[in-house]
Design a protein. Structure first.
Length: 166
């Protein structure tokens, strides 16, 4: 386990980025599926650049905030912490890219791959919501309700983002 993974605040910040990236990737793949004008290479490029762009924006924002707050660039341990926290922004592309790859191999239509990627990400939000509900000690019914609410809110945010072109 890394020093950052053992730090509850860093782990919470990383999970926040993972959830944000999941919601963002839902909007990206829904937008691609709804466009009807994308091919496999275009989908790969869009998913990869969305993930990379989010990651770079996060690093720039973190570094700027650090400079303003501390009067110096983040280096060493602080920079490693930034990279640890922001890593899920890059990893958010893996699932959709695997499914797009299956589409390229003829296992499914591209639209099916994109909608499946969105579904998997919604299920991920549900699972994290359930886990959070269980961690709060609310029991199974509370965990399922928390999961359903998280999945619904995440989906609504993703649909708004996709329909707004973001």
């Amino acid at each position: 386990m890394t020093e950052h993974a053992a730090d509850p605040e860093a782990a919470a910040a990383q999970l926040k980025e993972r959830l944000y990236a999941t919601i963002t990737m839902i909007s990206v793949v829904i937008g691609l599926a709804a466009s009807g004008h994308v091919d496999v290479l275009g989908a790969v490029a869009t998913v990869a650049t969305a993930s990379l762009g989010l990651w770079l924006a996060s690093l720039v924002a973190d570094q700027q905030a650090h400079r303003v707050t501390h009067g110096a660039f983040a280096t060493g341990r602080e920079l490693r912490a930034m990279l640890f926290v922001s890593s899920p922004l890059l990893l958010s592309a893996v699932g959709p890219l695997v499914l797009i790859g299956f589409s390229a191999l003829g296992a499914m239509a591209l639209e099916t791959a994109l909608l499946t990627a969105a579904g998997v990400n919604v299920a991920t939000l549900f699972a994290w919501g359930c886990y959070g509900g269980l961690r709060m000690g609310g029991g199974t019914a509370f965990a399922l309700l928390a999961g359903a609410i998280d999945a619904a809110i995440g989906t609504a945010v993703a649909v708004v983002k996709a329909s707004a072109g973001h």
